[in-house]
Design a protein around this ligand. Structure first.
Ligand code: N01
Length: 875
């Protein structure tokens, strides 16, 4: 046992001597900071010290699941297996501790009980269970994401008189199960790794399963030759690729979606991923598996098929097949002979969903239907993940605020690194960082490097305190939630959501935006003068307050893809080339949902025939009608450009949608589009019966320039005394020719629709003298009263944002029932991007619901995916 530390004044106190604490200590020492690690175990290892259960091993390949900071270590250490066992990983960490002489600054068998910020002294005061009182400038919790065992919430847990074991606190001497009747409760990674080995030793094994889990064979063996060769060829480059990958393991993300390929090709990909024994491979087969329920279900069914093919007894196979969560939304497992184990005559499965545990007794376990006797019970019941170990210490920040109190409704951090109100307190892989959704070692190294650089910066600038601002923190919490909301994660009752611990707030804890994006964000924060961090000290008071990553994550991804194509700006092209490009950009996008039927036709426009496309719902008619006008700056677009969105509207509004191909500029300049819009409206109203619709329930909808055409048509219809329009839905509409509004300046460039492009569109469409005419700039109409009720959708990063908002305001001021829906983090093209910009699904739902309301339809029969997600989830 280490001697007592006594009273010390240090630069940094670090809690935990696992992967994170060891590297943190090494790094700080190298930078000349005094630091001590406090560790409750009697040796290094962290999670690999405690989790010694049979079969424990990593499930990220060891070549990847290892430090990169020491080039010598990388070449001198050779893993004996692809997935190293717990003893080998523990030896590795021991070797690192020895090599860098770390143990001399680690106090073992010592537990931190409290840490209190002393604002006057600008010091943390840290107290241990051995009476030590340490003072330090910085306090770092490197205590691991899965380190505080969850108390099993099972009646009678203390009654059992036989042997009791916890996978996460396994005896060092090991356990002999031979000849014994053993129960294992829990089928997460720990259960799934240990069950096959315990089954081989025990006389009889009973597995108590509450939730079946997705697991597949690890195909463990020697280190994968291809991986080792790639690593050996250039270890530094290999590690760099890992740092800039999605999950912390070098891999190329795919852009291909599940239903873009044939079923045969899809299954071949799944088989290949299955055979790879790579934990991340199956989720990475297609781009939409983490977000699209239908896509994910194909993986789930593939995996269930595998279980059925392995487990002989169909009822047992059925019970072992997960059906209550999407693949990957609870952490999938890698196993060795897990499902095969259930073919052994000595192994039985108790499905707790059908036969729940009533109580643990002195001699065994009573379920609802029977009493079972055991010699030993193994609890593989998991952890109070991500926040448990942090709030288990009584950490008090400014004004005595307790961390547990601050996080009572869920963890709030900035970047998963710090939390406001707690100066100079860092969490390594804290909630709100990629952590458990990544290769932990890569994420640990990134955090340690970031914290170290921050401390060096403060030393150089003579700054004593650092703390995130409430604004930055709120923005990050929002971003973390936004990222989670476009995935299927919030739907599962997982420990990612805190759902495994009774009473824990249901909050999605990790950051799912990717290791690469996260690293870039952390770097950007620094390059913007530590955006969102407040510093104070002899060197002065500094704060560049603000919010990082204000774009929705899927929008940012699309913008990166577009930027990666290196296309010339549209406004520098000929009209023909611009049209060709806009057609090319639309190829390969998701086709939108199926509708009852789609038919093309011709209607009478203002100056001749115009093509239209009619979408009819599968439900029985007659249906109300939505007259739709596509976007494209009066120059681009057509029936095909907005086809997926029209399908979506048809389904959501349960209405016939008639998409009108009005004349385009420059061939037909102002007021051709406006006149065509009104003529089409009249023709559709007059021919509603023939279209299968109900002329008395007519609404208009348009996006961008189409929003302009739609509302101009409403103004013309009002002035002409008909047709009657029940409502108008204007999505990021052009309403004015004024380029001086704030959004034109702030969003001038970088968000697809640029100010320069808008100028080009206007130049194509209308002479300067005509632009102020209400048929071009409907906001300038002298009278907006008497117009149909309106929904105006605007997007935060759109040059047209402010004119849309101004139009909604002007309508309302004129007595029109006008609703304004501002979309945070979205760009001009987001709302019609069905199945591409998933974060705009809520806005699309609102559009559908509003159209229904305008058209007098009942509440949506089929609640959309998003609504279901949001209802099931946090908000
Ligand atoms: O814990 P878990 P774990 N009655 O929470 C069940 C990492 N890890 O220790 O799902 C009955 O996953 C619970 O059921 P349910 C990895 O990230 C990695 O296995 O809540 N059952 C579940 O089946 C992993 O995800 C490796 O319905 C109860 C199980 O116990 C994380 O650690 C190896 C219950 C707990 O599963 C946690 O894994 C091991 C109750 N009252 C762990 N309470 C590697 O391979 C809980 N359960 C690297």
């Amino acid at each position: 046992m280490s001697p007592r530390i006594g009273d010390q004044d240090l630069d940094v106190v670090i809690v935990g001597a696992g992967f994170a604490g060891l590297y943190m200590l090494h790094r700080l020492r190298g930078l000349g900071f005094s630091a001590t690690v406090i560790e409750s175990a009697d040796d290094v290892g962290g999670t690999w010290y405690w989790n010694r259960y049979p079969g424990a091993r990593c499930d990220i390949e060891s070549v990847d699941y290892s430090y990169s900071f020491d080039p010598e270590l990388q070449t001198e250490w050779h893993w004996s297996e692809r997935y190293a066992t717990q003893p080998e990983i523990l030896r590795y960490l021991g070797h690192v501790a020895d090599k860098h002489d770390l143990r001399r600054d680690i106090r073992f068998s010592t537990r931190v009980e409290s840490a209190t910020w002393d604002g006057d002294a600008r010091r943390w005061s840290v107290r241990t269970d051995r009476g030590d009182q340490l003072r330090c400038r910085f306090y770092v919790m490197a205590s691991g994401c899965l380190s505080l065992p969850k108390t099993p919430d099972i009646a009678g847990v203390d009654r059992f008189r036989g042997e009791t074991y916890y996978t996460n606190r396994w005896p060092h001497a090991g356990v002999a199960f031979s000849g014994k009747r053993v129960a294992v409760i829990g089928t997460g990674s720990s259960g799934i790794q240990s069950i096959p080995i315990i089954a081989r030793q025990a006389a009889a094994l009973t597995v108590f399963q509450r939730t079946p889990n997705f697991s597949r064979p690890a195909f463990n063996g020697p280190v994968c030759a291809a991986k080792q060769t790639a690593f050996d060829a250039d270890p530094a480059a290999y590690r760099e690729a890992a740092r800039w990958s999605r999950a912390g393991v070098p891999a190329e993300p795919t852009m291909v979606r599940t239903f873009q390929v044939s079923e045969q090709e899809r299954l071949a990909k799944y088989e290949e991923a299955y055979a790879s024994g790579d934990l991340l491979a199956l989720s990475a087969t297609f781009a939409d598996i983490g977000a699209d329920p239908r896509a994910n279900e194909t993986v789930c069914e593939f995996m269930r098929g595998k279980i059925r093919s392995i487990v002989h007894d169909p009822a047992t196979a059925e019970a072992l097949s997960p059906k209550d969560h999407f693949y990957g939304t609870k952490r999938p497992c890698l196993d060795t002979d897990y499902f095969e184990t259930f073919n052994l005559p000595s192994v039985r499965l108790v499905d707790l969903r059908k036969d729940p545990i009533r109580t643990i007794t002195e001699t065994g376990i009573d379920t609802a239907s029977r009493s079972l006797a055991f010699d030993a019970i193994v609890f593989a019941t998991g952890f109070d993940a991500m926040t448990g170990a942090l709030v288990a210490v009584d950490i008090r920040g400014r004004d005595g605020l307790a961390l547990a109190r601050k996080w009572v409704d869920g963890a709030r951090t900035y970047l998963g690194l710090m939390t406001s109100g707690f100066p100079n307190f860092f969490t390594i892989t804290g909630p709100g960082s990629p952590s458990v959704l990544s290769n932990m070692v890569v994420s640990i190294e990134q955090h340690v490097d970031w914290v170290s650089a921050c401390l060096v910066h403060m030393r150089a600038a003579r700054l004593a305190e650092v703390e995130p601002t409430p604004l930055a923190e709120a923005g990050w919490v929002q971003h973390v939630n936004d990222c989670g909301d476009v995935t299927l994660f919030p739907r599962a009752n997982s420990w990612y959501m805190g759902a495994n611990v009774p009473g824990k707030p249901r909050v999605f804890l990790p950051y799912v935006g990717g290791v690469d994006r996260y690293r870039k964000t952390c770097d950007e924060v620094v390059s913007q003068g530590y955006l969102g961090f407040a510093f104070d000290g002899p060197g002065g008071v500094r704060c560049n307050d603000g919010v990082v990553n204000r774009l929705q994550v899927d929008v940012a991804t699309v913008l990166e893809v577009v930027a990666g194509r290196g296309l010339p700006p549209i406004e520098t092209m000929s009209v023909a080339d611009a049209r060709a490009l806009s057609v090319a950009m639309a190829t390969d996008r998701p086709p939108g949902p199926d509708v009852g039927d789609v038919a093309d036709g011709v209607l009478r426009g203002a100056a001749g025939p115009l093509a239209y496309r009619r979408y009819r719902p599968a439900s029985p008619g007659p249906h109300p009608i939505v007259v739709y006008f596509h976007g494209g700056g009066w120059v681009l677009g057509g029936l095909d450009s907005d086809d997926p969105f029209c399908r979506h509207l048809c389904l959501q509004a349960d209405a016939i949608v008639v998409s009108v191909d009005y004349r385009h500029a420059p061939e037909a300049r102002f007021p051709a589009a406006a006149d065509d819009g009104f003529a089409a409206l009249r023709w559709i109203a007059a021919n509603a019966d023939a279209l299968g619709g109900d002329a008395s329930r007519l609404a208009v909808c348009g996006w961008s320039a189409g929003g302009n055409v739609a509302t101009v048509a409403c103004q013309m219809a009002r002035d002409a005394g008909g047709p009657a329009i029940a409502g108008q839905v204007l999505i990021t509409p052009v309403t004015d020719c004024d380029f001086t509004r704030e959004s034109y300046v702030a969003n001038a460039d970088g968000y697809v629709l640029t100010t320069a492009l808008m100028r080009w569109f206007w130049d194509q469409y209308a002479d300067p003298a005509d632009r102020r005419h209400p048929k071009a700039s409907p906001l300038r109409a002298r009278d907006l009263s008497g117009l149909p009720p309106a929904l105006v959708v605007t997007c935060e990063f759109d040059p047209l944002r402010d004119e849309g908002a101004a139009y909604a305001e002007a309508l309302a001021a004129s007595g029109v029932e006008a609703q304004h829906l501002p979309c945070r983090g979205q760009i001009h093209t987001s709302v019609p991007a069905v199945d591409v910009i998933l974060s705009a699904a809520g806005a699309r739902d609102e559009v559908g619901a509003t159209l229904r309301r305008f058209l007098g339809a009942s509440t949506p029969a089929a609640a959309s995916e998003t609504r279901a997600t949001l209802a099931a989830g946090r908000r």
